[in-house]
Design a binder for this molecule. Structure first.
Ligand SMILES: N[C@@H](CCC(=O)N[C@@H](CS)C(=O)NCC(=O)O)C(=O)O
Length: 232
């Protein structure tokens, strides 16, 4: 059986990580037999990140590489899509994973209200005595990474505008059909859905959580995705 090494469930989601949720959705959709194995510290993993898929032959890191592996086993996440739709799918996935995702990370790790919740969730394996200094230094390095990525250099208004344009692009697809590229979930939904769900689930009232919760189209899309491919 395949084993998905994943960050644990959090905020009512299968995992705090939208990449882990994406991979769980792909596994479920592929019809393969799989189980989850939770972990909090990915430093021994091939990319020092999660998700990772344990297959009979090797550990496969990265949700995109896991997708490739599942496709070699016969999965087809873009069944029935035209070449143009497949190209749109690729662009939607990159938008969600390489831009919106970092907005979620900033919304979580940069927010003093959310921080104590993250600290109690993610750092339970660190001995209580040193948990605060160690977790504070990890927080600092995550925030430094967001500076390097660039997302935290924008003002709140600029951030809001950048997010808005992406959400408008996603909504333009959802005005046409229940899922991004038709009547059934495809690979694009398995990336965009979990990122929007993460955005909504941050445990604080932020402009981002409110933005999704108050938007009928996006809010119902997140619910629809969760119902279309249920994760135990
Ligand atoms: N490109 C990777 C991204 C995975 C990723 O960023 N995982 C984050 C959690 S959402 C992680 O493991 N972070 C731990 C770390 O960077 O130390 C994928 O698609 O799987």
């Amino acid at each position: 059986m395949l084993t998905l090494l994943t960050f644990p469930a959090a905020f009512g989601l299968f995992s705090a990580s939208p990449f882990c949720v994406k991979t769980a959705l792909m596994l479920q959709h592929s019809g393969q037999r799989w189980q989850r194995s939770d972990m909090l510290d990915p430093r021994k993993m091939p990319h020092q990140k999660l998700p990772v898929l344990r297959t009979p032959g090797r550990l496969v890191p990265d949700s995109d590489l896991i997708r490739d592996w599942l496709e070699t086993q016969g999965a087809d996440f873009d069944k029935g899509l035209s070449d143009v739709q497949k190209a749109q799918s690729r662009a939607l996935i990159r938008m969600a994973e390489e831009h919106l995702y970092f907005q979620v990370v900033l919304d979580r790790w940069g927010n003093d209200e959310v921080w104590p919740i993250l600290r109690d969730l993610f750092f339970t394996e660190i001995p209580a005595l040193i948990r605060r200094p160690v977790s504070n230094s990890i927080r600092k390095s995550v925030l430094k990474g967001l500076g390097a990525q660039g997302v935290s250099r924008f003002s709140d208004m600029e951030r809001k505008d950048r997010i808005e344009r992406d959400l408008e692009a996603i909504s333009a697809f959802l005005w046409q059909s229940p899922f991004l590229l038709g009547n059934h979930p495809t690979a694009a939904d398995m990336s965009v859905g979990p990122v929007l769900a993460s955005m909504r689930a941050t445990p604080a009232d932020t402009p981002l959580t409110r933005r999704i919760k108050q938007d009928n189209l996006l809010n119902s899309y997140v619910d629809r995705m969760e119902q279309a491919i249920p994760l135990a």
